[in-house]
Design a binder for this molecule. Structure first.
Ligand code: CP3
Length: 345
């Protein structure tokens, strides 16, 4: 199916665009009452993720309601540890919870990196196919996976954490085990992203939500080393790497085989451009809390950000996922401001 709006792909590849493309991380859940209605008709988050027709429906909602320039498949990064053998639950108001964790060589036997992606993650691939069928090429569809380091964090910790100190502890007590686990996750992630692309994902994003809790050297060794293997393996579609909080690693990220570098709101666009260079697209990075201010202020702050862009190599987004209690009308103001912004450069 030919795409009617391919702005985001063009921006990722450094091709000409007549305005900046815009979408929001976590746009497919969280804020829309229409999403909550679908979710409450099912037993919970996991049933929604595992029911391709409904996952496709909530994937398309932000395209219809908010007017974003891309859809992102409704799923979660935690489907990968689950497929490898660690089942998770999504506990209301609390977040993810794994009954088993990997903290020793013995526990490493609980998981596998040799299985058929179609068997265990076929529901995501099916949701991608249905979504594209129903989108009729209106916008591109983004596939995604967690970066190996962030997935390791959940596998070792078994739940969310402020410090992820169990995960960081492992890097000191048994670095060889950490590397083995990261290699296994990397192998599955490459196959999984390739399967998403084959099913119809037009670009892919790697989310390294916990990149910023490691120092620069440790992030190079336990984070970027594995992201780099993934980036080298994906040649079919544009790749975005979002390493949240990894400010001192931006120069290294810019050298990876990716099209786009995702920025959180702590990162300065002008400084980042110097570190990353001109041959990568930057994605981001309005502070998600901006959307709690007035419509006028949302407009002003969005324009202020756009004014710092010095080339067409930008994809507009927030600096992290949109927060659950944000008024969708503020999101619309953000999107409208980007769409009305005159591209002078
Ligand atoms: O972007 C999208 O809207 C597409 C779907 C998507 C979800 N999770 C759905 C979801 C994506 C891209 C993710 C990525 C994800 N999941 C990340 C990386 C991005 C980031 O925010 O840093 C991480 C760390 C997770 C793990 C995860 N999933 C946590 C910690 C939680 C609980 C807290 C929270 O963020 O809501 C989830 C649950 C989750 N994943 C929900 C949604 C819509 C909320 C579930 C619900 O109550 O409906």
């Amino acid at each position: 199916m030919e795409l009617k709006n391919d702005l985001i792909l063009r921006a990722a590849k450094g091709e000409d665009i007549d305005r900046y493309p815009v979408w929001l991380m976590r746009q497919a859940g969280r804020i829309l009452p229409e999403y909550r209605a679908v979710r409450s008709s099912l037993s919970g988050f996991k049933e929604l993720v595992e029911t391709p027709e409904r996952a496709a429906e909530v994937t398309i909602q932000p395209v219809d309601i908010l007017g974003v320039d891309a859809a992102i498949i409704f799923s979660d990064i935690l489907v990968v540890p689950e497929a490898m053998g660690l089942e998770y639950q999504m506990i209301e108001q609390k977040g993810p919870w794994f009954e088993k964790t990997i903290r020793s060589r013995e526990e490493l036997k609980l998981i596998s990196d040799s299985f058929d992606i179609n068997d265990r993650l076929g529901y995501v691939l099916e949701a991608i196919k249905i979504t594209n069928r129903e989108l009729h090429g209106r916008v591109p569809l983004i596939g995604f996976a967690g970066a190996p380091w962030t997935i390791l964090c959940y596998m070792v910790e078994g739940k969310g954490s402020k410090t992820f100190s169990e995960s960081r502890k492992l890097l000191y007590t048994d670095p060889a085990l950490a590397h083995e686990l990261l290699s296994m996750i990397t192998k599955v992630t490459i196959q999984y992203l390739k399967a998403q692309i084959k099913a119809g994902a037009h670009m892919v994003q790697i989310f390294d939500s916990w990149a910023g809790i490691l120092g620069t050297e440790q992030y190079a060794e336990f984070g970027l080393k594995y992201i780099s293997l993934i980036a080298d393996a994906i040649k079919e579609v544009p790749v975005t790497i979002f390493s949240k909080g990894a400010i001192t690693s931006l120069g290294s990220i810019g050298k990876l085989n990716c099209n786009t570098v995702g920025l959180d709101w702590n990162m300065d666009i002008t400084e980042t451009r110097k570190m990353v260079g001109k041959s990568r697209t930057l994605q981001g990075n309005l502070d998600p809390c901006t959307l709690y201010s007035s419509h006028k202020e949302v407009e002003n702050l969005t324009i202020k950000m756009l004014d710092t862009f010095t080339s067409k190599r930008h994809i507009v987004n927030l600096g992290h996922g949109v927060y659950p209690d944000v008024d969708p009308e503020k999101v619309k103001t953000f999107i409208k401001t980007v769409k009305n912004y005159e591209l002078r450069k």
